[in-house]
Design a protein around this ligand. Structure first.
Ligand code: ADP
Ligand code: ZN
Ligand code: ZN
Length: 741
């Protein structure tokens, strides 16, 4: 008997081992086993298949031992791993590593998961009561402690007490233990919170929500995936809750996927209020021991019925999955960057649901172009919710033309006068303000200060980046190089300058403008600590902070009820990022940010400061016109061969030696051009071209959707193989980023 196994190593191949007689009765698919690998090492592997065929090209080693006597990974999970590895062109071992909590895949023999225990105390049952006071004697502290314990026993009619609850002096306790009056023993307790029961019922849906709900359930009779396009605060979450209730009634599980950042917000609490401990939570702050417990619970006969989690929760062992909800489906953080598997959680969720015969609901106020396109073309269902809940009005959005204001010498600070005025009124009324200043990427950009003109690539329709040491403009998609113009080609002024205005500078200016108010800044610098993000949010929520200044992380899924003014400072930089998705991102960010205003009390005002108000995307944001916005984007994407019309794969090549990385990238690009021809762009030097001593080069592939992934994969793998035949390139790192965002 032989088994094919997956090892937690970056290997594309599966390996075959022979199964010793004594294990043949027990072993099964999805079991963890220990296998030897290499000359000395042993690894935890997962059984993928059991068969009778000895490997052709090597002598199979024997399985060392079994860890489990039951599967810890089910068939659907194995299929998902296989799909992920296939679609995202990465080793299955990498998927295995990402999927299983690390304590479940020890490299040595013992299981590193240690159950959590709690120490309890009881009175030694073998000791007769009448001797106790003799034994204690004149030790006063011991007598006190003994009395305290007996009191607890009487009052609570219990016979044991937890040591940590007792709060006893350690010497007194030691005395009683030494005298054998008390006994210690430990009990295994779960780390999972067992309390936390539901505190409320779901709210009844209003008529618009009910209609959307009906449309969704209706849609699911025909389609497997449905997109819910609902404006901010339309009550999408409440609709999700009702759908989850329906799943519970059918005895099926729900996976509720959220982008990492939103988890710390009210969302989890809201779900917990309704579902109590039927809800499991899985995110990056959950430690590895807890992950193991969650995994085990999901395997048990009483698994969580609902799981809220970030992208890796896709890999949990669901048993009866009925529904996957992908909240804020447009969020780019759903795509894993590093390490492999570089999967997109939204797309992988759809595959997961498919494997279970389950449905997927994508929800967003600002859907991704890809998802909306799929909905428009009938691949997904589409349900629209355009009313905010409880007739709260969408905010008024005003464009402040900073170019005009500058010309009139009215821009004395970073803030337009109208914004300053409105802020003053709001603060005087005890209302709060949020200001956004985007600072993204490392890309230095050139911009005309006067007319906001930005240099663009003629071939790619993306903004160019400025390379200082060569004093050149470059397209990081196709590597075209351009001269830096002396003056602005649009307005003729010599006003070209580097972009780069951080939140820090904004915070300083605001502090000067609004003395006496508390200002807080939220960006990656200020939220590094474990709870700093939550603390900032709580401070703002509890009105200890009046003005919150921050980057885009502020716009995500937060629900404040006292914000009446939102300002987006120099919005242009959102749009000029060198990426074909920059307008989509800009639209999403501005719309989501605007959604933070006036959620409960009254209509809020949003100020968008731009030097180029004529750029159409601003009009679409102001008018809340997603449809027109979508149409312009789709037209452009079609014209320039971008998704959803083409699939993008980026081949990433890394090496410590710059010459080698260059040669390898050239070699690969040439090789790929032999079969893929004009679909190959580059090699290119990415904006960040050296990370941790590794030089990075990229080759962009634009592939027709009709091209099968299998054929592309074969071409890539064989090119890589040929590359590696050259001794010089052995240690070059090559990986693929499929559907890069
Ligand atoms: P979205 O997810 O679309 O941004 P939410 O679900 O957060 O919207 O709803 C906005 C607000 O309205 C929340 O405070 C929520 O509690 C409230 N709400 C939504 N639907 C209902 C309902 N049916 N009954 C009572 N309150 C509701
Ligand atoms: Zn270009
Ligand atoms: Zn200009």
């Amino acid at each position: 008997m032989f088994v094919d196994v997956i090892l937690p190593l970056p290997l594309y191949k599966v390996f075959t081992y022979s199964v010793p007689e004594n294990m043949q009765q027990q072993i099964g698919v999805g079991f963890r086993i220990i296998v030897p690998f290499g000359s000395k090492k042993h690894y935890t592997a997962i059984v993928l298949r059991i068969h009778e065929n000895a490997p052709q090209d090597y002598a199979a080693k024997e399985v060392h031992s079994l860890i489990d006597l039951f599967p810890v990974v089910n068939e659907n999970q194995l299929k998902l791993w296989e799909w992920t590895s296939f679609y995202y062109i990465c080793p299955q071992g990498d998927v295995f590593k990402a999927a299983l909590p690390s304590a479940m895949k020890p490299q040595d023999f013992s299981q590193t998961y240690t159950p959590k225990t709690e120490t309890y105390l009881r009175i030694n049952p073998k000791i007769e009561k009448k001797y106790i006071s003799n034994l204690i004697g004149r030790a006063k502290k011991q007598q006190q402690l003994f009395d305290e314990i007996t009191n607890i026993f009487v009052e609570q009619s219990v016979e044991v007490v937890s040591k940590k609850e007792l709060n006893a002096s350690s010497t007194a306790l030691k005395g009683l233990l030494n005298k054998q009056i008390l006994q210690e023993f430990s009990v295994e307790t779960g780390r999972l919170n067992a309390e936390n029961n539901a505190v409320r019922q779901s709210y009844p849906l209003n008529e618009f929500q009910q209609q959307a709900f009906d449309e969704i359930t209706n849609c699911f009779t025909e389609k497997n995936t449905c997109l819910l396009h609902g404006v901010t605060s339309s009550g999408k979450t409440e609709i999700y809750i009702h759908l989850i209730e329906q799943m519970l009634a059918e005895g099926r599980q729900t996976l509720f996927l959220v982008p990492e950042i939103a988890l710390t917000t009210q969302l989890t609490k809201r779900l917990q209020a309704v579902f109590g401990n039927r809800l499991g939570i899985y995110h990056s702050k959950i430690n590895d021991q807890e992950r193991v417990e969650i995994w085990q619970k999901m395997l048990s006969d009483a698994p969580y019925e609902i799981m809220i989690g970030v992208r890796s929760s896709l890999f949990l062992p669901f048993q009866r999955l009925g529904l996957v909800i992908v909240d804020e489906e447009h969020e780019q953080s759903y795509k894993q960057q590093d390490p492999a598997p570089r999967y997109h959680a939204r797309d992988t969720a759809i595959m997961l649901a498919h494997l279970f015969g389950a449905k997927t609901l994508l929800g967003s106020a600002t859907p991704s172009i890809e998802s909306y396109y799929n909905a428009k073309t009938g691949k997904y269902g589409l349900v629209t919710l355009s009313q905010r809940f409880a007739e709260i009005q969408l905010p008024e959005i005003r464009l402040e033309n900073t170019k005009e204001l500058r010309r009139k010498k009215q821009m004395k600070t970073l803030l337009a006068p109208a914004l300053i005025e409105q802020m003053k009124t709001a603060l005087a009324n005890g209302e709060q303000v949020i200001l956004f200043r985007n600072r993204r990427g490392f890309a230095p950009m050139l911009e005309c200060k006067l007319c906001a003109w930005v240099p663009k690539c003629q071939h790619c329709d993306v903004s160019l980046t400025y390379h200082k040491y060569r004093h050149q403009l470059m397209c990081h998609y196709c590597n075209s190089v351009y001269r830096v113009p002396e003056e602005c080609p649009a307005c003729g002024q010599k006003n070209l300058e580097m972009l780069g205005l951080g939140t820090e500078q904004l915070e300083e200016e605001v502090a000067l403008l609004f003395p006496g108010n508390t200002i807080a800044r939220m960006d990656t610098d200020t939220t590094r600590g474990k709870n700093s993000y939550e603390k900032l949010i709580t401070d703002f929520q509890e009105k200890r902070v009046q003005i919150l200044v921050g980057t885009q992380m502020l716009s995500k899924g937060l629900d404040f009820d006292n914000v009446s003014v939102v300002g987006i400072i120099s919005a242009d930089s959102l749009l000029n990022y060198p990426d074909f998705r920059s307008h989509e991102r800009g639209f999403q960010l501005m719309t989501q940010a605007a959604g933070r205003a006036g959620r409960k009390n009254r209509r809020g005002t949003v100020f968008i400061q731009t030097a180029a108000p004529e750029v159409p995307v601003y009009r679409y944001v102001v008018e809340g016109d997603y449809e027109s916005f979508f149409n312009t984007q789709v037209a452009e994407r079609k014209l320039f061969n971008y998704p959803p019309f083409f699939r993008l794969i980026v081949v990433v090549i890394k090496h410590k030696d710059e010459n080698i990385v260059n040669e390898a990238a050239d070699f690969l690009a040439e090789r790929l051009k032999l079969s893929l021809e004009k679909r190959v762009f580059g090699q290119n030097k990415p904006i960040v071209s050296r990370v941790q001593q590794y030089h990075i080069r990229e080759i962009l592939l634009k592939l027709e959707i009709g091209l099968t992934l299998q054929s592309v994969r074969d071409i890539l793998k064989s090119a890589e193989e040929v590359l590696r035949m050259n001794e010089k390139f052995r240690s070059v790192v090559v990986f693929y980023d499929v559907d890069r965002v």
